[in-house]
Write a protein that binds this ligand. Structure first.
Ligand code: CAO
Length: 439
């Protein structure tokens, strides 16, 4: 085994050069004349090829180092078939005169030292455009051999790549950036076609002020993933209306004493759930789910209503079963019971399964309206905002009426605007005159 130290050859006039590229990785095999390193002077680049076949033990320089003639570059183990005696490491360099293609202005190029001594056994060629054996237009691009290899492996035509190295030299990062750019533009094309989702940039918020990074609860994580899935999969439309609940509220207040006797607090939510259940029976198209095969829908003959509950751990949706068969007192008891269980973290998985339609009531919090996200595989959700006294035209005059803002979001794959409009109109009718619920 013969170890050889490869040194910087005669530079043809330049005093120092920069190591701009290490062409191999430690342990790589190298054939005679293959490039070991690429050096760069002020005006030109130069490959230093291996004098013979062998294996790279290690580099003795790093990219960015400045070296001069005679400095050690690399340690090579020469193949046993080669005779170390034949190795001549410090041969002068041939400077190859070529027409300047790009980098330097002509005046600068003319101030280059005249070509140095020429030998018949050149170790390296200094050129002001790198030439490493590639032919055609790409051969005139300013890039080192390992960059060319990388480009070939990735199928990149160097002509298309803009170099960011000194004087426009193409470096590996440029190939990376080019490939990423191509992939992103492919993704953008997909985006334009509506079949891809742009990624969210990661932001260091601490650069703007003090922050805390807090772990999401399990419920928050689940909610995030469900909301995201439903937002992306369900083509949402939201239908708005107001229900006049003036009479409903006076009736509800009249039940206060009875409620105390029964031990049940009756809120508008119980009436709304009953109205939804009866409207679902009258509009079975809203009580469907799309089958996962995309060929069928499931028509449900049961009527379970989910109710969003805001808890410190996150949003949960317990399900009030068979709401169409229950009276309003019974529903009110279910609402209170599930709200308490949700806030105490005592809901069981079964309590949150089997919903046909959901209600999200922000009535106690406020707002004129919001567009709820469908809780798939259900196809509809009713968002309820805070009731307000409003002037309503009765045909002769404006009358103060208590109006409840309603927003019905639905899955337009299965529910048409007409279906949604009829369903919403029924809910408004039931809430505006609850006698209809008894019919
Ligand atoms: N407009 C005005 N007042 C309303 C109202 C409305 N739409 N809805 C309820 N209220 C009033 C009731 O009249 C009652 O007041 P009184 O006792 O004086 O009559 C009070 O608010 C009752 O509020 P509540 O919250 O105790 O009970 P509820 O039955 O109205 O609601 C529940 C139960 C579980 C739906 C509710 O507590 C809740 O958690 N809502 C939040 C839902 C949510 O977060 N949705 C968003 C989901 S998507 O992010």
């Amino acid at each position: 085994m013969a170890i050889e130290i490869i040194k910087v050859p005669d530079l043809g006039g330049a005093e120092t050069v920069d190591v701009i590229e290490l062409s191999l990785a430690q342990g790589d095999n190298i054939a005679a004349e293959d490039s070991l390193v690429v050096l760069e002077s002020d005006k030109a680049t130069m490959d230093v090829p291996s004098p013979r076949a062998g294996q790279l033990i290690k580099y003795l320089v790093a990219e960015g180092d400045t070296v001069k003639v005679g400095d050690s570059i690399a340690e090579l183990e020469i193949s046993s078939s080669e005779s170390p005696a034949e190795v001549q490491l410090e041969q002068p360099v041939m400077i190859e005169e070529v027409e300047p293609k790009i980098e330097a202005p002509v005046s600068e190029l003319k101030s280059e030292p005249a070509p140095g001594p020429v030998t018949t056994e050149p170790v390296a060629a200094i050129t002001n455009v790198e030439s490493s054996g590639d032919s055609g237009a790409e051969g005139e691009v300013y890039a080192g051999p390992s960059v060319r290899l990388m480009a070939r492996e990735l199928g990149v035509t160097l002509d298309s790549v803009v170099g960011s190295g000194p004087r426009g030299r193409i470096i590996k990062d440029d190939i990376d950036a080019y490939v990423k750019g191509k992939l992103n533009s492919a993704a953008s094309n997909e985006l334009a076609k509506g079949s891809a989702i742009p990624s969210t940039p990661s932001i260091d918020f601490s650069q703007f002020g003090p922050i805390d990074t807090v772990k999401l609860t399990k419920i928050q994580k689940l909610t995030a993933s469900n909301m995201h899935r439903n937002w992306l999969n369900v083509p949402h439309v939201t239908h708005f209306d107001d229900a006049d609940i003036t009479n409903l509220e006076s009736f509800r207040k009249s039940l206060k004493v009875e409620g105390e006797v029964r031990g049940v607090r009756i809120t508008p939510v119980a009436f709304i759930i009953k109205a939804i259940a009866v409207a679902l029976d009258a509009n079975p198209v809203i009580n469907r789910s799309l089958a996962s095969d995309g060929e069928h829908y499931i028509q449900k003959s049961y009527c379970n209503i989910g109710m969003a509950v805001d808890t410190p751990r996150g949003l949960v949706v317990p399900v009030i079963r068979n709401a169409n068969e229950k009276g309003i007192w019974e529903i009110a008891a279910d609402v209170a019971n599930f709200a308490a269980k949700a806030r105490d973290g005592k809901l069981k998985p079964i309590d949150m399964q089997g919903g046909c339609f959901s209600l999200s009531s922000l009535g106690t919090i406020g707002g004129n309206g919001f567009t709820p996200i469908v809780n798939a595989p259900e196809v509809g959700i009713l968002g309820v905002s805070k009731s307000q006294m409003k002037p309503v035209w009765n045909g002769d005059a404006f009358e103060p009426r208590l109006m409840l803002p309603l927003a019905l979001s639905y899955d337009h794959r299965l529910v048409n605007g007409g279906d949604a409009g009829r369903f919403m109109t029924d809910i408004v009718k039931f809430l505006s005159d609850i006698r209809h619920l008894a019919l």
